[in-house]
Design a binder for this molecule. Structure first.
Ligand SMILES: Nc1c(NC[C@H](O)[C@H](O)[C@H](O)CO)[nH]c(=O)[nH]c1=O
Ligand SMILES: CC(=O)[C@@H](O)COP(=O)(O)O
Length: 165
């Protein structure tokens, strides 16, 4: 298992650019709220650790992970000064195939937004078989995917800035 043996929150802090001049958006799904709030806290704290002030972080909530697509699209359109956006969700498998369609839909939708628009969107959507797997990846024994997503957002913001010249 890719995450097994690794910790989502561990990284070499010396390799991360100073993010104090970047602005970030975070769109958070309200489904499995305890998980998504844990992911948000991981992302928020990592951004702050690398110099981002509260005023440079915009948060919107959406009902579920499928709505992350529309929420991120509108954030791209509404805030052209954002350097990157983080999409946070937690999809947990149930009895039916709905899990498959939600996961595939949000994956493809966020991919499309990255292709069609210039503000990068980081995919911080957990797709777990059960609640324990989600707990383990949102501040539990495997670390916090929100932290990983924040670092990815900083790196992509820097790449986007460098690519302009
Ligand atoms: N079962 C989960 C959902 N389902 C809801 C969908 O995301 C969507 O809000 C609904 O189909 C209306 O369009 N969402 C999650 O984020 N996590 C789940 O486990
Ligand atoms: C990902 C989902 O929508 C899923 O949790 C819904 O559960 P079920 O498949 O049992 O209806």
């Amino acid at each position: 298992m890719a995450t097994e043996g690794n910790n989502l929150s561990e990284y070499d802090k010396s390799t991360i650019p100073n993010a104090s001049n970047f602005r970030f958006g975070i769109v958070v799904s309200e489904w499995n709220e305890k998980i998504t709030e844990g992911l948000f806290q991981g992302a928020f704290e990592a951004l702050k650790e690398h110099g981002v002030v509260n005023e440079k972080i915009v948060r919107w909530n959406v009902p579920g992970s499928f709505e992350l697509i529309y929420g991120c699209k509108k954030m791209q359109q509404s805030y052209d000064m954002l350097d990157a956006i983080i999409a946070i969700g937690s999809v947990i498998e149930g009895e039916t195939k709905h899990f498959d369609f939600v996961c595939e839909g949000v994956t493809q939708g966020i991919k499309d937004l990255n292709v069609q628009n210039d503000t990068p969107i980081i995919f911080c959507v957990l797709t777990d078989q059960n609640m324990q797997q989600a707990i383990d990846r949102s501040g539990g024994k495997h670390g916090n995917k929100g932290t990983e997503a924040a670092i990815a957002a900083i790196k992509m913001a820097q790449l986007r800035k460098d690519a302009r010249f």
